[in-house]
Design a protein around this ligand. Structure first.
Ligand code: HEM
Length: 441
C-alpha cells in the first residue's frame, strides 16, 4: 500500500521562516491549519515526514485507539530524559507500562484526597507571603507556589526550605537549557565547547544527590509522613520488589518537572483571565465567599464555577500546548497511510481553538463547561488522553482550585495587562503578566 500523508507544506517555505518559527511557532501553525487543513505534513530531509495536527480524531487515534503503535519521540525520550531522568514522562513501551502500573495508585483520586491537607497548608502558607498593594510579577509568585506544593506533597515537611530552593533553581536552569538545546540543535557543539553541557550535567548530578539524601533519610526514619515519597517507597512491583534509589530519583525529578511549571502557568493564565473579566471574577468571588465547609475537600466540591473557569483557562491556554508521538510500525489513520517513524505533533492549543469544535473559540466563556465534561472529552485534552493521560490531573485541579480559593478569599485582584501574551516553550508560558493583590478592609 502506497504511503499517503496529509497535505504538504513545501520544506523550503518552512526553511525560509525557520528562525521566526523557532521564536513563536503558534501563528505559523494557525496560518497553515487555516489554509491547508486540520492536519498538514512537512517533509524534512533530516526527519522524513513530520505531521502537525489539530484534528481530534487523529489525536484520539494516536493517544488512545492505537496507542501501542505510538511512542514518544526522541525529543522527550532522549533530550528530556538526559536532564530530568528516565521515568513516566520520558519512557516508552514495557518500562513505561510497568512504572505507570506501579505509580498510578499513588495518584488515585482517593489517595490524592488524603494529600489535600498538605496541598492546602502549602498554599495557605505561600499566599500569606504575597506582597500586596503593589504591582508584582504574577508568574514568579505562582511558580514559587506551585513548586512548594509539589515539594511538600512529595516530601511533606522533611526537606529544609533552602534545600528545596536550591532544587527549584536547578530544575529551572535545566528547563531553560533543555529548550535551548531542542530549539537550536545545530548549536550543540558550541554549547559543548562553551562548557554549557558540562555545567548543566553537573546540575543534574547535584539535583540527584539532593533527592537521594532525602530518600536515604526517609528510608532510615520509622515515622509515617503520608506524602508521595512514602507512597513511592512503598509501591510494590508484581514480583514484590520496590523501586531502586535511581528509579525513585528519576520519577521524583519527573514529577517536579511535569507538575510544577504546568500548574504555575495555568494559575497565572487563570488569574489574569479572571482579572480581565470582572463579571466572571465576581461570580467566583461570590462562590468562594458563600462556601460553607469545614475541610479543604468539602471546599473543592463546592467550587464548581471556579473549576469551570479553570477548565476554560486550560482550553484557551493549555500549558502542555503540544505533544508528539512516532509510529513504531506503518499505520493507517482514516485516509492517510503513514510510514513507520513518522513524527506526529498534536497541537492541543489549536485543537482547543478549532472552530469545528468550539463556538467563539477565542473567547473566555467558562459557562460552556456547565454541561457534563463528557460532551467535550472528544476534543478537550489539556491533560492528554488515553493510557498516557496526565497522572497528576486530579492533583492539579485540586491544587489550582484551592489556590484560587485562598487568593480570591483574601484579595481583590487587578491587572493592567492588555492582550495576554505567551511563549510556547516546552510548556506554554505566560509573558509579562503583572498583577496587583489588594488587601480587603
Ligand atoms: C495544569 C497542570 C498540568 C497539565 C496541563 C498537565 C498536562 C499533561 C499532559 C498533556 C500530559 C500528557 C503528555 C503526552 O501524552 O505526551 C501529562 C503527562 C504527565 N503529567 Fe501532567 N499536567 C499537569 C500537572 C501535572 C502534575 C501536578 C503532575 C504531578 C505531580 C503531573 C505529572 C505528569 C506525569 C508524570 C506525566 C506522564 C504520564 C505518563 O506518560 O504516564 N502533571 N501532563
Amino acid at each position: 500500500m502506497a504511503y499517503k500523508y496529509p497535505n504538504r507544506i513545501p520544506f523550503y517555505k518552512f526553511l525560509l521562516q525557520s528562525s521566526a518559527i523557532a521564536k513563536n511557532p503558534i501563528p505559523y501553525h494557525r496560518n497553515w491549519f487555516d489554509t491547508v487543513g486540520d492536519s498538514f505534513a512537512v517533509k524534512s530531509p533530516l526527519y522524513g515526514h513530520v505531521i502537525l495536527s489539530r484534528d481530534a480524531n487523529l489525536a484520539k487515534h494516536v493517544f488512545q485507539k492505537k496507542h501501542k503503535k505510538y511512542h514518544k519521540s526522541k525529543i522527550q525520550s532522549r533530550f528530556l530524559s538526559k536532564y530530568v531522568g528516565y521515568g513516566l514522562l520520558t519512557s516508552n513501551g514495557t518500562y513505561w507500562l510497568t512504572q505507570r502500573r506501579l505509580i498510578q495508585p499513588a495518584f488515585h483520586k482517593k489517595k490524592i484526597e488524603k494529600l489535600v491537607a498538605i496541598i492546602d497548608k502549602a498554599i495557605r502558607e505561600d499566599v500569606e507571603t504575597i506582597q500586596t498593594n503593589k504591582t508584582v510579577d504574577l508568574y514568579a509568585i505562582m511558580n514559587v507556589l506551585a513548586f512548594k506544593v509539589v515539594a511538600k506533597s512529595l516530601f511533606n515537611y522533611s526537606a529544609k526550605a533552602e534545600t528545596l530552593k536550591r532544587l527549584q533553581d536547578i530544575i529551572e536552569q535545566l528547563q531553560v537549557f533543555i529548550v535551548k538545546e531542542i530549539r537550536q540543535p545545530h548549536k550543540k557543539i558550541w554549547y559543548k565547547l562553551k562548557g554549557e553541557i558540562h555545567y548543566h550535567m553537573k546540575l543534574v548530578k547535584e539535583s540527584r544527590t539532593i533527592i537521594e539524601t532525602i530518600i536515604t533519610e526517609r528510608r532510615q526514619s520509622t515515622a509515617t509522613h503520608d506524602d508521595l515519597l512514602d507512597m513511592l517507597l512503598n509501591a510494590t512491583y508484581e514480583d514484590g520488589s520496590h523501586m531502586t534509589n535511581e528509579q525513585l530519583i528519576d520519577e521524583i525529578l519527573i514529577l517536579f518537572v511535569a507538575g510544577h511549571e504546568t500548574t504555575a502557568n495555568a494559575l497565572t493564565f487563570t488569574l489574569t483571565l479572571l482579572a480581565k473579566h470582572p463579571e466572571t471574577l465576581l461570580k467566583v468571588k461570590s462562590e468562594v465567599q458563600n462556601l460553607s465547609c469545614s475541610t479543604p475537600l468539602e471546599a473543592l466540591s463546592g467550587l464548581q464555577y471556579t473549576k469551570q473557569c479553570i477548565n476554560e483557562s486550560l482550553r484557551l491556554y493549555p500549558p502542555a500546548w503540544i505533544t508528539d508521538r512516532v509510529n513504531i510500525e506503518d499505520d493507517t489513520i482514516e485516509d492517510y497511510h503513514l510510514k513507520k517513524g513518522t513524527m506526529i505533533g498534536i497541537s492541543i492549543y489549536e485543537m482547543h481553538r478549532n472552530s469545528k469544535y468550539w463556538k467563539d473559540p477565542d473567547d473566555f466563556k467558562p459557562e460552556r463547561f456547565k454541561e457534563n465534561m463528557k460532551t467535550y472529552a472528544q476534543y478537550y485534552m489539556p491533560f492528554g488522553a488515553g493510557p498516557r493521560l496526565c497522572i497528576g490531573n486530579s492533583f492539579a485541579i485540586y491544587e489550582m482550585t484551592l489556590a484560587l480559593k485562598h487568593i480570591i478569599e483574601r484579595f481583590d485582584i487587578s491587572t493592567s495587562v492588555g492582550a495576554i501574551k505567551c511563549n510556547p516553550l516546552i510548556t506554554l508560558k505566560p509573558v509579562d503578566v503583572t498583577m496587583t493583590f489588594i488587601t480587603r478592609n
